[in-house]
Design a protein around this ligand. Sequence first.
Ligand code: THU
Length: 130
Amino acid sequence: MLERMIDLARDAMNRAYAPYSGFQVGAVVRGANGGLFAGCNVENAAYPQGCCAEAAAVAAMVLAGENRIAEVLVMGRGEQLVSPCGGCRQRIREFADDSAPVHICGEEGLRKTLTLGELLPLSFGPGHLK
Ligand code: THU
């Protein structure tokens, strides 16, 4: 499953529209029912309107009728770990438990796996509003 997610993320990353930063990102979320949903970053000449790869993957998942995330994978190039930005950690949190693995990958494959709880401790989530 991880290899399949890596392949999907690589394809998504290569399709990213990132003419301003030059930094392409691919993301894949695995829904609780096993579906895989990919996304890429899509930048915009009005910079703040750009969209992260994780946000696109979450949107694809919701569109497919899934609302629980079991696992996340993010892929970017460069030497540093490309982990989800703060806003995307919160977007993932909406649909995932603290224990959900977040795999950080380079084009060559897996670099590090963390849990969502490690990336976003003491988070605010839907449960707070119940
Ligand atoms: N980006 C993502 O898509 N996901 C991340 O986790 C980090 C950053 C995108 C946003 C922007 O298009 C580019 O990478 C540079 O910040």
